[in-house]
Ligand binder design. Structure first.
Ligand code: PLP
Length: 462
């Protein structure tokens, strides 16, 4: 009854959103925000956003801890310097499909953050960046097989979505597709993925010795290892980062390219991204999410010139490399996205260490408050992950896990009600476990969020 009342209360607060949901369901079934287990239940339809706040069509205002899948977590929605820069440039906009100095300027600016990338290709989404990096690695090595970690999120590209995090596939309690004795994922790919067979994909367990052994066994067939620096679906970096590093070092030793997927981590918690912070060597890197400004899509692949050169479209035509890889598209490196990204990263560069220190302090504050809450009330609530990302509020029997499947089994689906309870308290999140903060929020916002979370948990317990 209590759950029914909760749903009723939320519904009553957002009648306008309810109507929009029904219409969108019939017209745009792929809508992200109607995706179960990640999207908020009874999703509010949004009308406007500014800074760290968002307002729905019924006029309810929330502290936004979703921040457009975190794309707006650096500076919040519509930061004035970015808006001003983009508005100014759009007055003399040049449209798509024309060479623009910003292609140079953004690449140079990005190299200040990630000097390990000699060259870049600008694209539109993380999924596209991953797909392109895999193509480049396959062309470079002349091999087909790709390895990825169990549970790793790399977007919705055919191969990459296989064995992805449970929120791509369903309920946490649904067992993961089995991995065969040779480490190859044996379950069918998504319907609609025609080409990939087991020989194309090696699924690595989240176990250092076993993963290294599989890489050693298959090195001669591997076009690349695709890896998140730290798994977002298994948010215990102290467990996952050493595995990624060891696998990357093994790849280096055996001549297997590493594609480090920094779509979630890049630019976010230190210049240099996770590659530098965690000291993980790679050959290609994928960026997306926070590199966009004003929620205008942009992504990038960066990396060693020797591999990136295969995307060359002019001059030598990459013939001497054995042919080129098509990285073309009407909207790639589009002027609007380049402008917004350039202004966003410029703002980040200007704030420098101060931004990262402030964000770390906010997350530390939440963790400190939760430690007090656990001690006082005996509610085992944690903010998992680290920095301002890949964390989430979780009710867990213990603070850390070393086994991914054990963790996935321990994720408490009832906690998805938390996002509804938070909404009644003026805080907007995806379904737990996803929570984002950053420059968008000030200390008072953080205190409000913590109070809303702890109050919700106590109400839930009653
Ligand atoms: N790689 C990682 C690590 C991600 O977290 C995501 C999205 O969540 C993607 C790739 C896919 O990016 P996009 O949704 O922009 O296609």
């Amino acid at each position: 009854q209590w759950v029914k009342d909760l749903f009723q209360e939320v519904r009553a607060r957002q009648p306008g959103s309810g109507a929009v949901v029904e219409e969108v369901r019939s017209l745009h079934p792929a809508s992200h925000m109607l995706r179960p287990f990640l999207s908020p239940q009874l999703p509010p339809a949004m009308a406007e956003a500014s800074g760290g706040r968002i307002v729905d069509v019924d006029g309810n205002e929330y502290i936004d801890c979703h921040l457009g899948f975190s794309t707006q977590s650096l500076h919040g929605h519509n930061p004035e310097p970015v808006v001003a820069y983009v508005r100014d440039r759009m007055r003399t906009g040049v449209g798509n499909g024309n060479l623009h100095p910003l292609e140079r300027d953004l690449a140079l600016l990005m190299r200040e953050f990630v000097p390990h990338c000699e060259q870049f290709a600008f694209l539109n989404s993380g999924t596209e960046a991953v797909r392109t990096a895999v193509k480049l690695a396959r062309a470079h090595t002349g091999r087909r097989m790709v390895a990825k970690f169990e549970g790793a999120v790399h977007g919705s590209y055919d191969l990459a979505v296989h064995n992805s995090a449970f929120w791509y596939h369903g309920h946490p309690a649904v067992p993961f597709p089995p991995i065969g004795p040779d480490g190859v994922g044996r379950t069918p790919f998504e319907p609609g993925v025609p080409t990939a067979g087991p020989d194309d994909l090696l699924v690595l367990p989240n176990d250092t010795a076993a993963a290294v052994e599989l890489i050693e066994r298959h090195a001669a067939e591997l076009a690349c290892v695709l890896a998140e620096p730290a798994l977002s679906a298994f948010p215990f970096p102290e467990v996952t980062v050493p595995t990624t590093r060891e696998v990357a070092l093994t790849c280096r030793r055996l001549g297997v390219p590493v594609v480090l997927d920094e779509v979630l981590t890049g630019f976010r918690f230190g210049p240099g991204g996770a590659a530098r912070a965690f000291d993980i060597p790679a050959d290609l890197y994928c960026y997306g999410k926070v590199m966009s400004g004003l929620a205008i899509p942009i992504s990038a692949v960066g990396g060693r010139a020797e591999i990136m050169e295969r995307a060359r479209t002019s001059g030598r035509y990459a013939a001497d490399l054995g042919g080129r890889v098509s990285v073309a598209g009407t909207h790639t490196a589009n002027h609007l996205a380049l402008c917004a990204s350039y202004a966003t990263l410029s703002l980040l560069r200007d704030k420098g260490e101060e931004y990262y220190a402030e964000t770390r302090a906010k997350v530390t504050l939440i963790r400190e408050r939760l430690a007090v809450f656990r001690a006082e009330h005996g509610v085992p609530l944690w903010l998992t992950g680290f920095g301002d990302f890949m964390g989430g509020f979780q009710l867990l029997p213990k603070e850390s896990f070393t086994d991914y499947r054990e963790y996935a089994g321990a994720v408490n689906p009832a906690l998805s009600l938390l996002s509804l309870m938070l909404r009644l308290r003026g805080v907007y999140t995806l379904n737990s476990p996803v929570f984002f903060t950053g420059g968008a929020h000030d200390k008072a916002d953080i205190e409000t969020v913590v109070a809303a979370v702890t109050d919700s948990m106590l109400t839930m317990r009653r």
